[in-house]
Design a protein around this ligand. Structure first.
Ligand code: PHE
Length: 347
């Protein structure tokens, strides 16, 4: 190093170069890299100045060191300032781009809804539950005795043909009706009995209105002095709640081996209010369930004295109610889980 003037000139050259360069820098990463290159102790324009101390004559060393320190401090300040400014700007930009308006209404997510069968079952349970019925969970695999014999359908009885049965063995079968639960309840409980028993039943039957697996809900009331009038009152209250207040019931004579008398219950069409439409096939009435007064033979067979007690029973097709209520014309649609169908049904 010849003299200090030369050093001063060199340093002001470096200062200018840094000033010019800093003006071009647009982001903090770039600024950081530039700082590193300038301050590098081997190759950096400022960083390497100290290494040259050795070549500086002794009498100039103090002054040289001072000037080098000065420019180093100056450069560091410049970099600090620029980096802080750029980082702040970058942060603001990020805040802006990631800004969330918490007052904006949320994007509605599609939610699932309950299956029509589940909705109807829940409604039935609510309605009968509010009338004081308890729920009895029956068994899907039954013995021939509970599904048929105890219900006054002995072997070779023609009524067995009404329900094509899936036998698992000569003794066990998939229950064809929730009525099998009636027998268990009457065997296990003393009257007064007031139960409903919803569940799956199985029959070898398959067309637009029949499926090999479907759901029923059994109802059973056993007490002293229970009559067909109680059944009518009960079912009137039920249909008004499930189909609407103006809905009426109509009893038609029918036959079930385990009830005597037996009835088929129709409701006045809740769509056309009885005037006649497609749903009720122009008749104004829709068949919804089978019912009757519990056959004395069944009561006695279960150990309930039919001279003291009497009972009423009814069996509601849950799928059938769901189809009627939601305008579903093919029972298969209830089992296909097709969202185009299920999306339209929400209570
Ligand atoms: N179990 C009968 C059926 O499945 C319905 C029914 C239940 C009838 C209770 C009368 C009494 O068809």
């Amino acid at each position: 190093m010849a003299d200090l003037n030369e050093l001063s000139e060199k340093l002001s050259g470096i200062r200018q170069e840094i000033k010019d360069e800093l003006l071009k820098i647009e982001n903090s990463k770039h600024a950081f890299e530039y700082r590193k290159s300038i301050m590098d102790s081997k190759t950096g324009k400022i960083g390497s100045l100290m290494r040259e101390m050795g070549k500086v004559p002794n009498e100039m060393k103090a002054e040289y060191g001072k000037k080098v320190n000065e420019i180093r401090t100056w450069a560091q300040e410049q970099f600090d300032e620029l980096e802080t400014k750029l980082k702040e700007a970058e942060m603001n930009l990020r805040y802006e781009s990631e800004k969330i308006d918490v007052t904006m209404p949320a994007k509605m997510q599609k939610r699932g809804n309950l299956h029509p069968n589940t909705m109807v079952r829940n409604q039935l349970v609510d309605i009968f539950g509010s009338m004081g019925f308890e729920i009895y969970e029956g068994k899907e695999i039954e013995t021939d005795y509970y599904n048929f014999t105890a219900l006054n359908i002995p072997q070779d009885h023609p009524a067995r043909d009404m329900q094509d049965t899936f036998y698992l063995s000569p003794e066990f079968l998939l229950r064809t009706q929730t009525s099998s639960g009636q027998v268990h309840v009457m065997e296990e409980q003393e009257p007064p009995i007031k139960i409903i028993s919803p569940g799956k039943v199985f029959r070898s039957d398959d067309d637009a209105t029949h499926s090999p697996m479907f759901s029923q809900m059994e109802g059973l009331v056993v007490d002293k002095g229970i009559t067909l009038c109680d059944l009518q009152g009960l079912l009137n209250a039920f249909v008004e709640r499930i189909f609407g207040e103006s809905t009426k019931t109509r009893f038609r004579p029918s036959y079930f081996p385990f009830t005597e008398p037996s009835v088929e219950v129709d409701v006045s069409c809740f769509q056309c209010k009885g005037c006649g439409c497609k749903l009720c096939k122009g008749t104004g009435w829709i068949e919804v369930l089978g019912a009757g007064v519990v056959n004395k033979k069944v009561l006695d067979g279960c150990g309930i004295d039919s001279n003291v007690y009497s009972g009423i029973a009814f069996g509601i097709g849950i799928d059938r109610i769901a189809m009627l209520k939601y305008g579903i014309n093919n029972i298969k649609l209830l089992f296909e889980s097709d969202l185009r169908v299920l999306d339209q049904i929400d209570d």
